[in-house]
Design a protein around this ligand. Sequence first.
Ligand SMILES: Nc1ncnc2c1ncn2[C@@H]1O[C@H](COP(=O)(O)OP(=O)(O)OP(=O)(O)O)[C@@H](O)[C@H]1O
Length: 280
Amino acid sequence: MMNNRGAGPAPAPDPAHSSDAHAAPAVRARGLTVRRGTGRTPRTVLDAISFDVPRGRITGLLGPSGCGKSTLLRAIVGTQAHVTGTLDVLGHPAGHPALRSRIGYVTQAPSVYDDLTVRQNLDYFAAVLDPGRAAAERRRTAVTRALADVDLASRADALAGDLSGGQRSRVSLAVALLGTPDLLVLDEPTVGLDPVLRRDLWRLFHDLTAARGATILVSSHVMDEAERCHDLLLMRGGRILAQDTPDALRTRTAADTVEAAFLRLVDAAAAPAAAQEQPR
Ligand SMILES: Nc1ncnc2c1ncn2[C@@H]1O[C@H](COP(=O)(O)OP(=O)(O)OP(=O)(O)O)[C@@H](O)[C@H]1O
């Protein structure tokens, strides 16, 4: 088990009733456009999209493979080229140096050193984040906590290269948690994990928002993970199809699941006139 305190997902904080109701969103995008590819005809991968990611909540970025999820996350963490439009993150333009220690980013491919142990990996990244002899005790505490958070304390002395794919992903997540980031950006963190680990990871995400007030933006192409998020951004073909809570999405599309809601929205976007004639 991971180091989670609650038995199940924490209830969603309601921004409308919190003191942060009018706080600026963690991420604010207006007319965000990204073009990718080399040569004379780069493709528009994100097409003038606008959305907000509220603070202190879990926002799921869902959509089919190739719709632009990773590109959007890269733009938010400031590693994507050819970005135009407005993209503010924690009150700064995306990529601003002040954001480096405030964002934890986990890419799809685990970025760990195979020839170091799990603890050595964490020690290394902790030293980059918080260097100096005076910070040694703080680093030790951060590493111990991150190991417990992702349930890898028992494998702390194993070489990262000897771990399973899911365990390596969790080392990456532990690295992202080291600096106690305000915003965690997670690109498909549950791919390849068994159902128990997936459940535990989602509990950890809820714990991080409830106990530490972190904002989590997590991508997935598995629609059943949508039900675990407080808010959803549904994407398709480089555009935002909808931004809403899972409940509101299901209600307004009269669908039983977010997956069914997504399909109805896709159909409605493809044939707006026909959709308007539907009784609902
Ligand atoms: N380096 C690149 N150069 C040009 N086009 C790219 C590059 N990387 C991705 N793309 C294109 O950008 C689009 C969006 O890709 P992206 O990886 O953001 O999608 P995704 O939704 O994250 O997909 P997946 O769920 O499969 O990871 C795709 O059509 C892809 O072909």
